[in-house]
Design a protein around this ligand. Structure first.
Ligand code: BDR
Ligand code: CA
Length: 325
C-alpha cells in the first residue's frame, strides 16, 4: 500500500487522477493539498472535497489549501475553455459537508512527512509552489519522503504553454527549479509521454457499459467532464472525440513505474529569461552540474496499458465481462 499526498490544481485531468488514486487498492491517500493553476487554491480544494465524496473511498481524506500565487507573486489561472469556470468542466458535483483543514498545504506536507517516517510519496499535478514552500520551511524534507512524482515539464516534446515549456513548470518556474535541485527522489511524467497517451470516446463508452454498480456516479461524472475536455482538444488540437492524458499518468507511474521508461538527468528550470521560462535545462546540453542529484524523466510509456488501468478501478473486471478492445 503506497501512502500518498496529491498536490493538485484540481482541474479536469487532476480529477481523474484523484478519483483513480482514491479507488486504487494500492494507494492510501493521506491527503490532498491544493494550489492555484487551473483554478485558485480554494476552488481546487472545493473540487477535491466533492471528488472525495463522489469516490465513496470509505476513509477520511483531509484537504489542505495551499498557494494562490507563484513564489514570485504571480497568479495565472488556466483559461476557462480548458477546464471550465469551476475547473471541472462546469460539471456540478454534489457539495461535501467536509471542510478544508485550517493547516496550510505546506505545513500539512511537512507534518505528514514526519509522521509517515520515510513512507510518504508526494504526487504533484500542478505547480510545485507548495512543495517549494515546504522546502523553505524544512530543507531536510527530501530526506524524509520516499519519492516525489510530478506531472510536469518536457525534454523533447514541444511545450504546451510556450514552445519550450509545459504549463505546470512554467506556472512557477522558480519553485520547480528549487524542487528539481533539492535532492528529492524525483520522477517526472511530462509532455514527452502525456502527449502520446489518449483517452477516446470508446474508452468512455466501455467505462459506462462495464462500470461497477457502485461506480455509476463516477462513470457519469467522467463522461460529462470528458465531453467538455474533448471539446477543448477538438478546438485546440483538431482531435476528434479524444484527449491526451496528463495528470493521471503521474499517479499511474507512482503506482507502477514499470509502465514507463526513464532517462536519468541532472536538471534545473529556467526562470529568469522570459523567452525560455519553464524550460528544463539538463546536463545533456546546458548545465553540466555533477554535484546535483539525478531525476528520472519518463520518456516512454505503455499508453494502452496505462489507460486501461486508469479505468479498471471503476469497472467490473470479471473475465469475459470487460471488453478488451
Ligand atoms: C498540466 O496543466 C494543467 O492544465 C493540467 O491539469 C496538467 O496538470 C498539463 O500541462
Ligand atoms: Ca493539473
Amino acid at each position: 500500500m503506497k501512502r500518498i499526498i496529491i498536490d493538485a490544481d484540481t482541474g479536469v485531468d487532476d480529477s481523474l487522477a484523484i478519483l483513480y488514486a482514491l479507488r486504487s487498492p494500492n494507494f492510501h491517500v493521506e491527503g490532498i493539498t491544493t494550489c492555484f493553476g487551473n483554478n485558485n487554491a480554494e476552488q481546487s480544494a472545493d473540487n477535491s472535497l466533492r471528488l472525495i465524496k463522489l469516490s465513496g473511498c470509505g476513509y477520511e481524506v483531509p484537504v489542505a489549501v495551499g498557494a494562490n500565487e507563484s513564489l514570485e507573486g504571480v497568479f495565472e489561472s488556466a483559461p476557462a475553455f480548458i477546464h471550465g469556470d469551476n475547473g471541472i468542466g462546469n460539471v456540478e458535483l454534489p457539495e461535501s459537508s467536509q471542510k478544508p483543514l485550517e493547516e496550510s498545504a505546506s505545513d500539512f506536507i511537512i507534518r505528514k512527512a514526519e509522521e509517515l517516517k520515510g513512507e510518504l510519496i508526494i504526487i504533484t499535478t500542478g505547480r510545485m509552489t507548495n512543495l517549494a514552500l515546504a522546502l523553505r520551511k524544512d530543507p531536510k524534507l527530501p530526506g524524509k519522503v520516499k519519492k516525489v512524482v510530478s506531472m510536469g515539464g518536457t525534454l523533447n516534446a514541444p511545450g504546451n504553454i510556450t514552445p519550450y515549456a509545459e504549463a505546470n513548470i512554467y506556472g512557477d518556474a522558480m519553485a520547480a527549479d528549487i524542487v528539481f535541485k533539492a535532492g528529492f527522489n524525483l520522477m517526472l511524467a511530462g509532455l514527452d509521454v502525456t502527449m502520446k497517451t489518449f483517452i477516446t470516446d470508446r474508452d468512455v463508452e466501455n467505462l459506462c457499459t462495464y462500470c461497477l454498480e457502485e461506480c455509476r456516479p463516477i462513470a457519469g461524472y467522467i463522461k460529462d467532464v470528458l465531453k467538455f475536455y474533448f471539446e477543448f482538444h477538438r478546438v485546440s488540437m483538431g482531435m476528434a472525440n479524444a484527449c491526451v492524458v496528463h495528470d493521471p499518468l503521474a499517479v499511474l507511474i507512482a503506482e507502477d513505474p514499470s509502465l514507463g521508461m526513464f532517462k536519468m538527468v541532472r536538471a534545473g528550470v529556467e526562470y529568469e529569461n522570459e523567452a525560455f521560462k519553464g524550460m528544463i535545462k539538463t546536463d545533456n546540453g546546458f548545465v553540466p552540474d555533477l554535484d546535483r542529484e539525478e531525476i528520472a524523466v519518463c520518456v516512454e510509456v505503455d499508453s494502452v496499458k496505462a489507460v486501461r488501468r486508469l479505468f479498471s478501478v471503476f469497472q467490473d473486471m470479471t473475465p469475459g465481462r470487460y471488453n478488451k478492445s
